[in-house]
Structures are given as C-alpha cells and as structure tokens.
Design a protein around this ligand. Sequence first.
Ligand SMILES: NC(=O)c1ccc[n+]([C@@H]2O[C@H](COP(=O)([O-])OP(=O)(O)OC[C@H]3O[C@@H](n4cnc5c(N)ncnc54)[C@H](OP(=O)(O)O)[C@@H]3O)[C@@H](O)[C@H]2O)c1
Length: 282
Amino acid sequence: MTKTWLVTGTHTGFGKELATQLAQRDDVNLVATARKLEHLDYLDQYDHGQIKKAKLDVTDHDEVVNAVEAANDRFNGIDVLVNNAGLGYFGTFEESDLDDAKYMFDVNVWGLVDMTRAVLPTMRKQKSGLIINFSSIGGLYSFPTLAFYHGTKYAVEGITESIAKETADLGIKTMLIEPSGFRTDWAGRSSHKTMPSHEDYQQFAEFIENNAEGAHHEPGDPVKAAEIIINQAMNHSNDVPAHLPLGKISSDLAIEKYTKLLQEFKDKRELSLSADRPEEAN
Ligand SMILES: NC(=O)c1ccc[n+]([C@@H]2O[C@H](COP(=O)([O-])OP(=O)(O)OC[C@H]3O[C@@H](n4cnc5c(N)ncnc54)[C@H](OP(=O)(O)O)[C@@H]3O)[C@@H](O)[C@H]2O)c1
C-alpha cells in the first residue's frame, strides 16, 4: 500500500537522505520540504508525479499550515510525518548566547510541536499514522557545552512519549530517533558555537573545537540511518520502536545512562518511599 510521507528539513543530512531514498520507492508519495524550494532540485530526477515540494520553515506557522494542506490536497492524507529539521548550539551554560539558544528551541521544539499539531487532525481522521521525531543521544545523555541542545532534545523525548500515550488508542504511533554522531551538516554549519571566555571554563574549549573539526568525520552513516528508519516505518508499521538509538556510541551511552539510573533509583527506593504520607505506604 502506498504511504504518504511528509519530511521536514530535506535540504541536507538525514532529511536529504530520507527524501532521496523515499523518492525512489514505488510505494511512497513524498512531500519534501525545505526553507528554499531550489534546495530540493535534487529530487527532480526521481519525480514522476509522486513528489510534492513545499517551502517550509518550521518556525513559520503559515508555512506549516500550507505544507500540511498541500500534502492533504495532493495525496489525500499523511501516513508518516518526520520532524527532522533541527539545529545545534555549543557553549557553556553560563556563557551561551540566549538568543541562539531560544532560536534553537523555536526550531527543535516549537517547530516540531507546530508541525505535529497541524498533522494530527489528519491522522486522527484516518485512524492511523506514524510520527517520527528526531531526538538525539543528546535527548537521553548529557555532555558539557550542550545544555540548551539537551534541553531541546529532552523536551522532544518527553513531548513525544506523552503524545504516544494520548494517541495509542487512535491508531497513531510515534518513533523517537536518537542518533550519535552522523556525517551531516549538524556539527558544522548547523551548530553555532560560543567558545568559553572565562578561565574557569577553558577546559571545555577543546570539546567544542573537536566537535567542529570532527564534522563530516563522524562514524554514523546517514544512508544507513535512512534505510533503517524507512524499513522500520514501512515494514513494521504496527510494531515500530518507540525509541531508536542509532550508532554504537548512542547505544552504549543510552545503556550506560539507564543502567546507572536504574541502580540509583533502586538504591534510593526506601528514601523515595519515605516522602509519602504514612497512610499511603503499602
Ligand atoms: N548529525 C548528527 O550527528 C545528529 C545526531 C543526533 C541528532 N541529530 C538531529 O538530526 C536532525 C537533522 O539534522 P542533520 O544531522 O541532518 O543536520 P543538517 O545536515 O544540518 O540538516 C538539518 C536540516 O534542518 C533544516 N533546518 C534548520 N532550521 C530549519 C527551519 N527553521 N525550518 C526548516 N528546516 C530547518 C536545515 O535546512 P537549511 O539547509 O535551510 O539550513 C537542514 O536541511 C536534527 O534534528 C538534529 O538535531 C543529528
């Protein structure tokens, strides 16, 4: 059965790779979106009527509404929404530029929220749909100099898990994508950086520099990531993973964090229970 996918941020990186692979399938209608339509010219070679391009900055509500309307008008529904568009930002918590941090929240969180709220009525009407939200290992595990990026991605995790509980009976599923480093533009042009200026934070300069210099040398392959995501969504749509760490570093850190947290929760169990009123104890 043909499925209609709407993907945000398909100019570069994961979004471009997803769009390129989806455009070559005979069981997909694709709504590819980018801030500039000419950034989607690469799709023309695959287009035989199954591709709709839409100009979409996810921080622009009118463009969000128009993209969703265009998808519904052209393909009469939306089966898979991929909230991929996103930015990074490096800087210590104290020294970060809050305008940069707030803009990142506008894209990574509020853009995703706006897109999802625009698509949900279609999916509720269909009684089916899959929402794929790009989180990050940075939505599960925290590093220095990424406090605000983590803020956006932990927000995406919590929002998505809550949506999943609200829509489970409506035939709508969610999948969180949690990659570690992949060869895209994220660590380079898509992440503003504020180098530490205070001597107390100099030790973190190297971490920021290494991430910038490591851009496009990361272990993760976006081609393989896109194959995995499409395969999960097309072949296992009734049983998609709610969380999908991608890359060894992501898997290792997620397991490390949650194993440690589980042990901490168990170690503190008596203390935790002691906070309830005595009559609630059982
Ligand atoms: N690569 C990694 O290592 C990694 C790891 C974990 C999570 N992620 C997440 O993966 C997602 C995709 O990033 P990527 O790695 O593929 O990086 P990327 O190559 O930089 O791609 C990001 C895409 O988002 C688009 N975008 C940025 N702001 C936008 C806006 N306001 N409206 C619409 N589109 C916008 C960009 O469009 P322009 O070309 O117009 O700027 C670009 O096409 C992000 O959510 C990112 O946080 C990446």
